[in-house]
Design a protein around this ligand. Structure first.
Ligand code: ATP
Length: 269
């Protein structure tokens, strides 16, 4: 059941180059995660440079937090384990505690690994939540115990990366365990242009497409919104072709001519 949520590094399919803008966040992640793996000798002196065990990515929806977590795993050659409340409710209903234990045990076994907790607020939100279910409380405790257990057992090899749109809803105990917090904000115009360039890097564009102008017209758009905009735009030529074909068929009908087929290979009467 759990293996379905694990992606080996070569199958993740996201690298830092696939992420437009967010240079500061990418650089910090490289320094915090990749460098200690690649140059451990730089980090072995003293307590202050010890590898970080937890990083929080926070910011509005669709700004690339999941992509960043995946890119970290890819570039660190680590397995990516995606854990979420939806997995617990769909596959592990009533067994949250077991699930959490299994995740950490698997993460250690297949280390190096990145444990990505998406929407961490829904899983590890404030403890004083009045309606909180006993099973939920137990699951959270299990999470903390296993997370702390990692510190001595699996130094440097299992990283917990958490993401949220609601950082203020997080439990204090969780915040303490995520000492590095990186804001992943909505892009400004010049960053929107960079994101558009990355999204469209492998696409054939009409000669009059002006990405700078589009970036200037899309204030408030997230990376995800820009992706949706590009997908919608990419469908326009398809729609235009179908429209044109429909018009030609209607015209042929009214004129009593052979009706061109959908694929243009044969005529239909
Ligand atoms: P949520 O908070 O809703 O979980 P998120 O911050 O995790 O969202 P992602 O899931 O990483 O956002 O991004 C959604 C999609 O938006 C990506 O699959 C990608 O297509 C696009 N996207 C977002 N940000 C970027 C970016 N900086 N560069 C390129 N594509 C991006």
């Amino acid at each position: 059941r759990l293996l379905a949520d694990v992606i080996p590094p070569n199958d993740i399919g996201v690298t830092f180059d696939d992420i437009g803008a967010l240079e500061n966040v990418k650089d910090t992640l490289k320094e915090l995660v990749m460098l200690p793996l690649q140059r451990p000798e730089l980090f072995c002196k003293g307590q202050l440079t010890k590898p970080c065990k937890g990083i929080l990515l926070f910011g509005p929806p669709g700004t690339g937090k999941t992509m960043l977590a995946k890119a970290v795993a890819t570039e660190a050659g680590a397995n990516f384990i995606n854990i979420s409340m939806s997995s617990i409710t769909s596959k592990w209903f009533g067994e949250g505690e077991k699930y959490v234990k299994a995740v950490f045990s698997l993460a250690s076994k297949i280390a190096p690994s990145v444990v990505f907790v998406d929407e961490v607020d829904s899983m590890l939100g404030r403890r004083e939540n009045p309606g909180e279910h006993e099973a939920m409380r137990k699951m959270k405790n299990e999470f903390m115990v296993n997370w702390d257990g990692l510190r001595t057992k699996d130094k440097e090899r299992v990283l917990v990366l958490a993401a949220t749109n609601r950082p203020f809803d997080l439990d204090e105990a969780v915040i303490r365990r995520l000492p590095r917090r990186l804001m992943v904000n909505l892009p400004d115009a010049s960053n929107r242009e960079k994101i558009l360039r990355v999204i469209l890097a492998k696409e054939e564009l009409a000669s009059d497409v002006d990405l700078e102008a589009i970036a200037n017209m899309t204030d408030g758009y997230s990376g995800s919104d820009l992706k949706n905009l590009c997908v919608t735009a990419a469908h326009c030529p398809i729609r235009e072709i179908l429209e044109k074909e429909k018009k030609e068929r209607n015209l042929a009908l009214t004129e009593g001519r052979a009706i061109p087929s959908l694929h243009g290979s044969e005529d239909i009467r």
